[in-house]
Ligand binder design. Structure first.
Ligand code: PMP
Length: 461
């Protein structure tokens, strides 16, 4: 028998500091502040090791779509672990949960997308995208079509290919990225970069940067355009209404694959199964992860449209790509149960018909706050822009300071909202109830008041 040792928060923090290197973290800073240990969760709430209850306005990291504490997923994992904890999908093999999950995903994906390549994460999915896109053009006898066009401030993961496809300058600076054959165009971020243009004018301008880049690189060298339907990590950037229609018009004129990164928008976040359906897009590839298992186990994939899948299948020849954990049976069993819950409990309809309209109408009220320059949202995604001047969209002098104060104030009020620079973002579990949305918005308002106070901005009582 093993003895269970109970550690205090201070002990866990000391061990963490001694041994644990965290993702996307300034370790010196973390050492000074101390890690928050999250111990358990239920529904939309988290509890930390000091017993504080926190409303999780980010669904973990945009992933816990069905909420915490669903024992059905634990049962599915347990059962599958006893039956077959692992086997690979190489060498002519497959396992029942992976086959069933591929088929279930094909049923909810856009009609022309019927195949899935499994991975272990969103980053691995985008590494797969890079290799599959280039393999496709090789098979088509156009090996010069290698360049992939991404967007500045897009996010596609943290591996070398993922970070290169993404357009985060801070990530590029560390490690000589992007790798060759990847270029970027401006993002459709009207609030931050639209200047004197109207949102509609700016949407057209931003889309036309794709046409300009295709001309610059040469269509015979361009393999694909990759974009998130709505940029998540970049700050919940919702393109102006004119953007996607103009991108579609441009793509219709060129022989270029469209990759829509559904890692955040997939599995219900916008009120449709996929963000591509929300914007009526017809992608060739859709990288997925996160909501695919609601984060209960790590898993990702690429949903592949007929044009690419049939080329791979009909041409033959080995595609030298895959992962030990591609189609992991336990992750797949959890993914299947997660899909079943999303479908049987009509959670995507709930988002579209109830939760999203309610959340959007409530967060729109935050625009009244003196610190807030814009509130925007789609589905259960939301963003709040913090400004020093509402009329001119001017920011506070020290970039990111208002956002980081506001994030800390949210935590102090029992709410997780993330700050991207001076943009506060949210992405709560899809099962959030109206009363919990009320609580989220009340806490956000209070956090904004406390932020204003710290910044010396007057708020009316
Ligand atoms: N693509 C997008 C759009 C994402 O938001 C993320 C993660 N935030 C990724 C890819 C990478 O996923 P992962 O962290 O699972 O590697």
């Amino acid at each position: 028998m093993t003895t269970q040792i109970t550690y205090s928060t201070a002990q866990l923090q000391a061990m963490d500091h001694a041994h644990y290197l965290h993702p996307f973290t300034d370790h010196k800073d973390l050492g000074a502040k101390g890690t928050r240990i999250i111990e358990r969760a239920e529904g939309v709430y988290l509890w930390d090791s000091d017993g504080n209850k926190v409303l999780d306005g980010m669904a973990g990291l945009w992933c816990v779509n069905i909420g915490y504490g669903r024992t059905e997923l634990a049962d599915a994992a347990y059962k599958q672990m006893l039956e077959l904890p692992y086997y690979n999908s190489f060498f002519q093999c497959a396992n029942p949960p992976a086959v069933k999950l591929a088929s279930a995903i094909a049923q909810i994906a856009p009609e022309h997308m019927n195949h899935v390549f499994f991975t272990g994460s969103g980053s691995e999915s985008n590494d797969t995208v890079l290799r599959m896109v280039r393999r496709y053009w090789d098979l088509k006898g156009k090996p010069d079509k290698k360049t992939i066009i991404g967007r500045i401030n897009g996010y596609h993961g943290s591996t070398v290919a993922g970070a290169s496809l993404g357009g985060m300058s801070a990530m590029h600076e560390q490690g000589d990225l992007p790798i060759p054959g990847i270029v970027h165009i401006p993002q459709p971020y009207w609030f931050g970069e639209g200047g004197d243009m109207t949102p509609d004018e700016f949407g057209i301008w931003a889309a036309q940067q794709l046409e300009a880049k295709i001309q610059e690189v040469g269509e015979d060298k361009v393999a694909a355009f990759i974009a998130e339907p709505i940029q998540g990590a970049g700050g919940v950037i919702i393109p102006p209404d004119t953007y996607w229609p103009e991108i579609k018009r441009i793509l219709a004129r060129h022989e270029i694959l469209l990759v829509i990164d559904e890692v955040i928008c997939g599995f219900g976040r916008t009120g449709e199964w996929f963000g591509s359906q929300h914007y009526d897009l017809k992608p060739d590839l859709m990288p997925i992860a996160k909501g695919m298992t609601s984060g209960y186990l790590p898993m990702g994939g690429v949903i592949v449209g007929e044009r690419v899948a049939q080329t791979l299948i009909e041409h033959g020849g080995e595609f030298f790509h895959g992962y030990t954990y591609s189609g992991h049976p336990v992750a797949a069993a959890v993914g299947l149960k997660n899909l079943e819950i999303l479908r049987d409990e009509k959670i995507v309809d709930y988002v579209k018909e109830k939760a999203a309209p309610y959340l959007q109408s409530k967060i729109a009220q935050l625009a009244e706050h003196p610190l807030v320059g814009e509130v925007r949202g789609v589905g259960l995604l939301g963003a709040i822009e913090l400004v020093s001047n509402k009329a001119t969209r001017e920011r506070f002098a020290e970039k990111g300071m208002a956002g980081s104060i506001c994030r800390d104030m949210c935590v102090r009020n029992g709410l997780v909202m993330r700050a991207v620079g001076d943009t506060m973002i949210m992405s709560p579990p899809l099962i959030i109830k109206p009363a919990e949305i009320d609580e989220l918005v009340t806490k956000a308002w209070k956090a904004l008041d406390m932020t204003a106070e710290q910044l010396g901005v007057e708020v009316s009582p």
